[in-house]
Design a protein around this ligand. Structure first.
Ligand code: HEC
Ligand code: HEC
Ligand code: HEC
Ligand code: HEC
Ligand code: HEC
Length: 397
């Protein structure tokens, strides 16, 4: 008897089944939720994936080089939070070797297609947040994103409202995590994506003990209105609803930075005291560990010349095993963390240089700290430029 060996691809698992194509084409939401789609399109939730985010893409390459892992393997780890609908379960050795030798096989083609599919590249889209059926209680911060989610089936969309009988395009239902939305947000905004036990993303942990919701600040203030009022269904009239902005306000698409800190200067017995206050209940800066705030202080003489410059960094500094500055994903040590703790007030004492008539202090925000920019070759200045937060001036005696 002739035995025929049939190779079975166990690579993609059915648990990651395709999403209804009417959901992956986000333009389909426009007819009834134009506002939500327009807002979301300006946010960085729409650019969490490698084809749309140069910083993320560079960090995949960087992390893969330093950890000697295949780039796609690193991508898969990050995808738990950055591309939760990436439909690849795991990447095996055949793929890794084929890629290392530049070979194109059926398998590499299939995986690469999935990595770059619309479904993946849409990032944290409507069919991420509104297709989560259930969020598991987590054992530790080592579980995050897709470790915690199960997805809704068919065309069920979940959100803050009960089943309304009004939607004709998709079914709808209520899920509790839209009331306590911090659990939802923190399934990705708190999680340890770093090696060992170095702190990773901890925005949720930072807020422990503060009874306030992420959406209160990041999804704007509520407004009242009807959703899809053009749909008239007998016995199911449109209800007036609270509608949140889908801006997920951040440094790039809003002026939220100006509400983060205050800065003032005073003179005390020949010393200058610079007071920086964090006005919010999570760290400033928070989130991605490469962020920084730099306060530049310039002392001027009476003829408007700068006679001295100093600066203070508010950021976390990570080192790799050689003791050099590194991004957190590959770091083995947290050297120091000068970010402002929730609601912290920090007084920085500076010596007054002789001949100084006044000083200017300016706080700028960086998506990637200037000290780290040299580790990557970023072209898009969105990631490298300074975002001015505020400044203050003090006349000296
Ligand atoms: C990061 C998660 C997230 C993403 C992505 C997201 N939403 Fe939402 N959405 C929410 C949350 C949270 C609420 C409930 C806000 C509240 O009332 O507290 C909500 C509420 C809604 C509502 C109810 C009305 C309102 O605006 O409050 C609609 C409709 C909606 N979303 C549509 C969309 C559409 C369409 C997209 C894609 C363009 C989308 N959402 C993407 C989290 C998300
Ligand atoms: C033909 C109109 C229509 C289209 C197209 C449409 N929706 Fe809806 N959607 C509705 C109606 C109607 C409701 C119920 C509103 C209510 O009860 O006030 C709704 C409710 C929602 C809610 C809130 C659900 C809840 O239970 O809280 C979300 C989230 C949502 N839609 C997302 C989407 C997304 C994502 C798309 C695109 C894939 C989409 N919708 C396409 C009509 C539509
Ligand atoms: C499935 C994972 C996931 C969930 C759930 C999630 N986020 Fe995010 N969020 C991300 C990722 C990844 C980014 C980084 C985006 C990028 O590439 O810049 C991000 C970025 C952000 C930013 C920064 C925006 C900017 O301009 O840089 C804010 C603010 C934010 N999220 C708020 C929220 C809030 C509020 C919720 C809950 C309603 C939420 N997120 C839910 C993964 C998630
Ligand atoms: C009291 C208002 C407030 C609350 C509540 C709040 N934030 Fe923020 N958030 C801010 C401000 C202001 C900034 C800008 C300063 C900074 O980057 O730390 C910010 C920044 C961020 C950033 C970085 C934005 C960027 O451009 O990269 C993320 C991510 C974020 N918040 C997530 C969250 C999450 C998740 C929660 C809930 C666990 C939350 N925030 C609760 C006000 C708030
Ligand atoms: C626990 C969930 C989680 C994991 C795992 C994760 N991230 Fe993130 N990532 C986030 C969140 C949430 C943000 C948004 C924080 C902010 O805006 O400051 C973010 C932001 C970023 C940013 C900033 C993007 C921008 O547009 O400014 C980069 C770059 C990034 N992550 C790279 C990675 C890489 C590389 C990996 C894998 C090695 C990874 N992340 C793993 C949750 C995660």
């Amino acid at each position: 008897m002739k035995v025929i060996l049939i190779p079975i691809l166990l690579l993609t698992s059915l648990a990651f089944a395709q999403i209804d194509p009417k959901f992956t084409d986000l333009q389909n939401c426009r007819a009834c939720h134009d506002e939500q789609l327009a807002d979301w399109s300006t946010t960085w939730h729409s650019r969490t994936s490698e084809d749309k985010n140069e910083l993320f893409s560079s960090l995949l390459t960087y992390t893969s080089k330093i950890t000697h892992k295949a780039r796609a393997e690193v991508n898969l780890e990050c995808a738990k939070c950055h591309n939760p609908r990436l439909s690849i379960d795991k990447i095996d050795k055949n793929y890794i070797y084929a890629k290392a030798f530049g070979l194109e096989t059926e398998q590499t083609k299939e995986i690469d297609k999935k990595l770059h599919s619309t479904q993946t590249q849409n990032g944290i889209s409507c069919y991420v947040c509104h297709n989560i059926d259930h969020i598991k209680d987590r054992g530790s911060l080592k579980e995050y994103g897709t470790d915690l989610f199960t997805w809704t089936k068919g065309d069920l969309i979940v959100g803050p409202y009960d089943e309304s009988g009004r939607s004709i395009f998709h079914k709808n239902d209520h899920r509790e995590f839209f009331e306590d939305s911090n659990t939802h947000c923190n399934s990705c905004h708190s999680g340890n994506a770093n090696i060992g036990n170095l702190p990773g993303y901890e925005t949720g942990e930072e807020m422990a003990g503060h009874d306030i919701s992420c959406v209160d600040c990041h999804m704007g203030s509520k407004k009242r209105g009807y959703i899809a009022p053009q749909i008239a269904i007998e016995n199911a009239p449109a209800k007036i609803r609270d509608i949140k902005s889908h801006l997920f306000a951040g440094a790039r698409n809003s002026d939220i930075l100006t509400t983060a800190i205050s800065l003032s200067a005073s003179e005390n017995l020949g010393n200058i005291e610079l007071l920086v206050q964090n006005l919010i209940p999570h760290k400033v800066p928070t989130g991605f560990s490469g962020r920084s705030i730099r306060i530049d202080i310039e002392f001027y003489s009476s003829d408007e010349k700068i006679i001295k410059k100093e600066y203070v960094n508010l950021r976390a500094k990570f080192l790799d095993r050689r003791g050099e500055e590194a991004f957190s994903y590959v770091a083995t040590k947290l050297e120091n963390d000068t970010r402002l703790k929730p609601l912290e007030s920090k007084t920085l004492v500076l010596k007054k240089p002789s001949g100084a008539k006044y000083l200017r202090a300016k706080a700028n925000y960086y998506l990637v700290a200037p000290e780290l920019q040299g580790l990557l070759n970023l072209v898009d200045t969105t990631f490298t430029k300074a975002y001015p937060i505020l400044e203050t001036k003090l006349e000296l005696n």
